[in-house]
Design a protein around this ligand. Sequence first.
Ligand code: ZN
Length: 306
Amino acid sequence: MPTDSPRTVPSWTLGTTTIHRVDEVPLPPATGPWLLPAATPDLVTGEDWLHPHFADGDGVLRLDSHSFAFSAGGLRILVDTGIGDGKQRANPAWHDLRTGYLDRLTAAGFPPHTVDLVILTHLHTDHVGWNTREENGRWVPTFPRTRYLVSRAEREFWAAYDMDEPRRQMFRDSVDPVEEAGLLDLVDVPDDGTEVVPGVRLLPTPGHTPGHVAVRVTGEGTGPGDDGTAVITGDCVHHPVQFAHPAIGSCVDIDPRLAATTRRSLLASLAGTGTLLMGTHFPAPTAGRVIAHGDAYRLIPVGPRH
Ligand SMILES: [Zn+2]
């Protein structure tokens, strides 16, 4: 059966490191008003730089679900695993999907059995889905020779949390099978972050969830306007509208005030640098550089190399 050529996979290069975007599915238009309720159509249309990539002309935000895959320190690494196929979910946008994600992961040059490390930015439904796949009626790890990393603070928070049934279901089908197979590693993430692989650093970015991490990837070699570094957001920023309005939080932030503080300090640390910011829910072109604008920020998009 023909598969997509690897050349069709959107990719960005940091010197010798190439980061691929592995698409899962665009999220439906109702996602923006639900997820970021303060980002009203009037507010969004007032930020004309968001159009056409990040918002429709009528102020509806565009959001996607995807992962990032790259090699570093001799390991083949995937950051977040999306929503997953065939999962029973209350949210219709996430329910019982069939997306062809694994074909695209393979086309990117990362067939599941070759992935060494999965980094989970946090334990929410749309970031852990492809941790597992269904086999003979059971949920089994999709990546059989993989270590799955999550921050210790994140795992321990959910272990002590009084979960409702939909969240328990998510843990049963997407987290527990990995943990029971002995594949889940908990990482202590101090305030200044921790390097888990040479060139790959977890940055504590709490608020959306208590143990949330962003992922900083440093390649070898740099070019003009490029410091050879990328930061993958996870959900500490959901959408570029939050560059212009960092106080806008998501309806599922555990600590909205801390989430806003985290967002501001991350954007401040990146503004004016050559670091590429790569958004886990940003639609194409997905990545860009942060600039200061007034008392907030903007994203200058940097498209993939093809
Ligand atoms: Zn998310």
